[in-house]
Design a binder for this molecule. Structure first.
Ligand code: ADP
Ligand code: MG
Length: 404
C-alpha cells in the first residue's frame, strides 16, 4: 500500500482526497472539530507540494426514500459549508466550497483549483448513488483525477462510491491510490490490537455503549484475541438477561439473547459482567436512584451505569493489562450521576505506565475528551464503527483493502 510520502511529483496533480468530516453539528455550529484537525496534516502536505486538492466527505444521514421536502431538509441540515470555513481556519489558507457534488458547477469547481489550492465538495450523500457504490457516480468523481488519497478512516468500513468505487476506477486506469497520514496512523495502532504480540498480554477489551446489535458480533473475534472482556453500558443487560438475571426496564436486545449466552459460556470466565448497577425509575426525569445489591435490577428500575463494586473490579482488571482496547461508555455518561463508571475506566487506564491503550467509538472518544483523559491513551481513534470492524474482520476494511 502506498503512503502519500511515497507519491512522487505531486506538483500540479489533481488529487482527490476522501476525508471524514462527519463532525457533530448543532444548528450549523461544529461541536467537535477533531476529525477536521486530524485530517489537516495530509491536506497541508499535499498543498505544500503544489497539488490541486479536491476533498470529498459525507456528513450525517440523508434518506433518499423519504418525501422530497424531507430529503431537502436533511440536505440543508447536513451541508458541509460550515466545515469549509473551519478547515480554512485550521489550514490558514482559503478553502473553496462547491455547493454541488456532481454536474456542471462541480466540474467547474474541480477544474479551476490551482496548484496549492483546496476545494471542498458538498456532502457525498447528497447523491443517491453514494451509499450504493453506484459506478456511474464513481466515474463522475474519478474524471480528470490523477491521484486518489484515502484519509477517511471513520468511513473505511463502507464500500461506497467515494471510498471504494473511485479508487477502484483509478487503480484500473493505472493511477496511484494511497493512504493519508491519518489512515496510516489509525491502521498502525489498530493493527497492534488485531495482531497481538506476547509482550502485549494481558490484553483487555472493554465494551459498552448503546449500539448492542452493531457491537455484539465483535465479541467472537475479541474472544480469540483478548485475555478478558469487560462489559458495561447497555450491552451488559442483554448478557444479564441471557444469564437469567432480572434487568427491570433496562435496555435489552431480545434477539441477541441466545448469542450472548453462547458467548458467555464459550468465554469460560473471560467475560466479566457488572456485579452491580446504578439504576433509576426512568431514563429521563427520574426521581429515584439506587445502587443495586447485586447484578439484578428490580422490576420498575432501569440500569444507567455500572455500580461501585463493578467499577472496582474493572479497575483491578485494567491495572494488570499490557494492552487495552476500549469501545463504548460504561453508562449514560452525558449525565453527571451516571458518568462514574466511565470515569473509573479512564482513571484506571491513565494509571497504566507502559501499556498500549486504544479508545475507539465516537461517544467513548467524546467522553475521554470531556473528562480530560485524551493524553492518557496511546491512541484515540477517529473511527467508531471502523475501528470495531477492523478488529472484527481481522484487520481488513474494504476502503483500505481496495488500495492494496
Ligand atoms: P460509541 O459511540 O463510543 O461507539 P455508542 O454509540 O454505542 O458508543 O453508545 C454511546 C451511548 O450509550 C451514550 O450516549 C450513552 O449514554 C449510552 N449508554 C451507555 N450506557 C447506557 C445505559 N445503561 N442505558 C442507556 N444508554 C446507555
Ligand atoms: Mg456512538
Amino acid at each position: 500500500m502506498l503512503t502519500i510520502d511515497q507519491l512522487s511529483d505531486l506538483k500540479g496533480k489533481r488529487v482527490l482526497v476522501r476525508v471524514d468530516f462527519n463532525v457533530p453539528l448543532k444548528d450549523g455550529e461544529i461541536r467537535d472539530d477533531n476529525r477536521i484537525v486530524q485530517a489537516a496534516p495530509t491536506i497541508k502536505m499535499l498543498i505544500s507540494h503544489g497539488a490541486r486538492v479536491i476533498l470529498l466527505s459525507h456528513l450525517g444521514k440523508i434518506k433518499h426514500k423519504e418525501a422530497p421536502e424531507v430529503v431537502e431538509a436533511q440536505k440543508k441540515k447536513n451541508s458541509l459549508r460550515p466545515v469549509a470555513a473551519r478547515l480554512g481556519e485550521i489550514l490558514r489558507v482559503p478553502v473553496a466550497f462547491c455547493p454541488d457534488t456532481t454536474g456542471e458547477k462541480a466540474k467547474f469547481f474541480m477544474g479551476v483549483v490551482e496548484p496549492g489550492e483546496v476545494v471542498l465538495m458538498e456532502n457525498t450523500r447528497y447523491e443517491k448513488g453514494e451509499e450504493k457504490n453506484d459506478p456511474e457516480l464513481a466515474k463522475k468523481w474519478a474524471e480528470n483525477i490523477d491521484i486518489f488519497v484515502m484519509d477517511a478512516f471513520g468511513s473505511a468500513h463502507r464500500a461506497h462510491a467515494s471510498t471504494y468505487g473511485v479508487p477502484e476506477i483509478l487503480k484500473a486506469q493505472g493511477k496511484p491510490v494511497a493512504i493519508g497520514y491519518l489512515v496510516e496512523k489509525e491502521v498502525r495502532n489498530l493493527t497492534r490490537c488485531v495482531e497481538v504480540k506476547d509482550g502485549d498480554r494481558p490484553y483487555i477489551a472493554i465494551l459498552g455503549g448503546f449500539k448492542v446489535s452493531d457491537k455484539i458480533k465483535v465479541i467472537d473475534s475479541l474472544l480469540k484475541k483478548c485475555d478478558k472482556i469487560l462489559i458495561g453500558g447497555a450491552m451488559a443487560y442483554t448478557f444479564a438477561k441471557a444469564l437469567g438475571r432480572t434487568i427491570g426496564k433496562s435496555p435489552c436486545e431480545d434477539d441477541q439473547l441466545e448469542y450472548a449466552k453462547k458467548c458467555f459460556e464459550e468465554a469460560n470466565g473471560r467475560i466479566l459482567l457488572p456485579l452491580d448497577s446504578i439504576a433509576t425509575d426512568a431514563f429521563e426525569g427520574w426521581t429515584q436512584k439506587i445502587v443495586t445489591d447485586d447484578a439484578n435490577i428490580p422490576g420498575e428500575m432501569e440500569g444507567m451505569d455500572i455500580g461501585p463494586k463493578t467499577a472496582a473490579l474493572f479497575q483491578q482488571e485494567i491495572s494488570k493489562a499490557k494492552m487495552v482496547f476500549w469501545n463504548g461508555p460504561m453508562g449514560v455518561f452525558e449525565q453527571k450521576d451516571f458518568a462514574g463508571g466511565t470515569i473509573a475506566v479512564c482513571q484506571a487506564i491513565a494509571k497504566l505506565k507502559s501499556a498500549f491503550t486504544v479508545c475507539g467509538g465516537g461517544d467513548s472518544a467524546a467522553a475521554v475528551k470531556e473528562f480530560g483523559f485524551s493524553d492518557a491513551f496511546s491512541h484515540v481513534s477517529t473511527g467508531g464503527g471502523a475501528s470495531l470492524e477492523m478488529i472484527e474482520n481481522d484487520g481488513h476494511l474494504p476502503g483500505i483493502d481496495i488500495l492494496k
